[in-house]
Design a protein around this ligand. Structure first.
Ligand code: NAD
Length: 407
């Protein structure tokens, strides 16, 4: 239980000199809810699923975190992901705690109506422990704006009109402009800050990106628009390489047409699993967890790694990168753009006032810049890695809020 996130938490807690009892207080989830969901399937059979909502810590505000629909989802995984959300919201200095949850169903094997029935039943089971001032879910793996819309309307049946109960909603139903590209754009801001600190120009760097989904595709576009040279990119089906830089607008157009990276004329194909060993300045994992392990970390040739994916680096790989002087911008900082814009959506819903897209971009830039500077300054002044510094900042903020609220 708690695996990698727990290791990083404990390592930072040691640097801070936090005792065992306080560590336990900050590490354990405050509430774990598990519900059985029984629905009638289209075939007339009964489908039974288990739903989870783990609220890790609410010292700094209502809990915030995604809902994922995946057959392998279990309580331990929700606990680990919920704790990551506590540290992520704290690093970004958002007035939220951390949560995660979901259902152990496989939406690829269900009809849209079945997913809707499962979602509404789940909400009817958990509506008393979520809410705009309690716990605000969001999309995650295999969940999307449509599912958030069902959650909002089902919750509103019990509690009255409540758009702020969930974020990542469709624009037509109280969603925020800019939410979809937020994580990719936030990663771009993190890269720009990193380059500035190291005296480098973002436009003069070469980039390799693993993943061409929501995060990877928006990141590639934003880097390209700023003059960055994306020389390699992969998804689950293919990988491409071009030393002179890929034409990202043409690649996006190709992908929209064919739903595949394969067959793009402006690049050479490469082995999907070799992408992380590409010689480049900045490597961005934007697909899976546990990509870098003790078996492969020494083969990575990038000078900097910016973690757009959640938990792509195992503790053993992290030590290898530390030893080799590879700078790693950790997930809880690098990919915070999504939850930052979720926070903007929540504030807009509460005020019943929609911001312009440029307001969102400007504010996202400010939040990412401030979080990056705080972590960077601590890392350089204390001689610790950016990951440990990010955890130290987060644990310090959550710890102070806990003490001030008078446990
Ligand atoms: P997505 O499902 O839209 O895209 C995932 C991409 O990864 C796809 O292009 C897929 O083909 C690719 N992929 C899967 N297996 C691969 C493999 N073996 N090799 C190369 N590519 C592979 O997901 P996303 O929303 O872009 O999220 C990507 C990562 O970023 C995840 O780790 C997620 O937890 C994290 N993240 C996402 C957000 C967000 O706002 N979407 C926020 C924070 C963190």
């Amino acid at each position: 239980m708690f695996s990698d996130a727990s290791y990083y938490f404990r390592r930072a807690a040691q640097v801070m000199g936090i005792g065992e009892r306080v560590q336990r207080l900050l590490e354990k989830p405050q509430r774990i809810v598990k519900v059985e969901i029984v629905v009638e399937l289209d075939s007339g059979d009964l489908g039974t699923y288990t739903g989870y909502r783990v609220q890790h810590n609410r010292a700094r505000g209502p809990c915030k975190g995604g809902l994922r629909y995946h057959p392998t989802l279990d309580e331990d995984h929700c606990c680990e992901l919920a704790s990551l959300m506590t540290w992520k919201t704290a690093v970004a200095d958002l007035p939220f705690g951390g949560a995660k949850g979901g259902i152990d169903c496989d939406p690829t094997k269900l009809s849209l109506r079945e997913v809707e029935r499962i979602t509404r039943k789940f909400v009817s089971e958990i509506h008393e422990i979520i809410g705009p001032t309690v716990d605000i879910p969001a999309p995650d793996v295999n969940t999307n704006a449509q599912i958030m819309a069902w959650i909002m309307t089902e919750y509103s049946r019990f509690h009255g009109f409540s758009p702020a109960v969930v974020t990542g909603k469709p624009i037509e139903l109280h969603g925020a402009l800019g939410r979809e590209e937020a994580t990719g754009l936030g990663v771009t801001f993190a890269i720009r800050e990193l380059c500035a600190r190291k005296g480098l120009d973002l436009a003069a760097q070469t980039y390799a990106i693993q993943g061409f989904g929501n995060v990877g595709s928006h990141l590639a576009r934003h880097l390209h628009e700023r003059g960055g040279k994306v020389i390699a990119i992969s998804d689950v089906g293919a990988a491409l390489h071009n030393r002179d830089g890929l034409d990202i607008p043409a690649l996006l157009e190709h992908f929209a047409r064919t739903r595949s990276l394969a067959g793009f004329p402006g690049a050479e194909p490469m082995s999907r699993d070799e992408l992380i060993f590409t010689e480049c300045d900045v490597l961005v994992p934007a697909a899976l967890g546990e990509v870098f392990t003790k078996e492969n970390a020494h083969l990575v040739r990038a000078k900097m790694i910016v973690e757009a994916a959640n938990a792509p680096t195992t503790p053993e790989a992290d030590e290898v990168f530390d030893r080799r002087g590879v700078v790693v911008v950790p997930d809880i900082l690098a990919n915070a753009g999504g939850v930052i814009v979720s926070y903007f959506e929540w504030t807009q819903n509460i005020q019943q006032f929609r911001w312009e897209l440029e307001d969102t971009h400007k504010r996202l830039e400010r939040y990412m810049g401030k979080a990056f500077r705080t972590v960077w300054d601590l890392a350089t002044s204390r001689g610790i890695s950016m990951r440990t510094a990010a955890y130290v900042v987060a644990i310090g903020r959550v710890g102070k809020a806990t003490v001030l609220s008078g446990v």
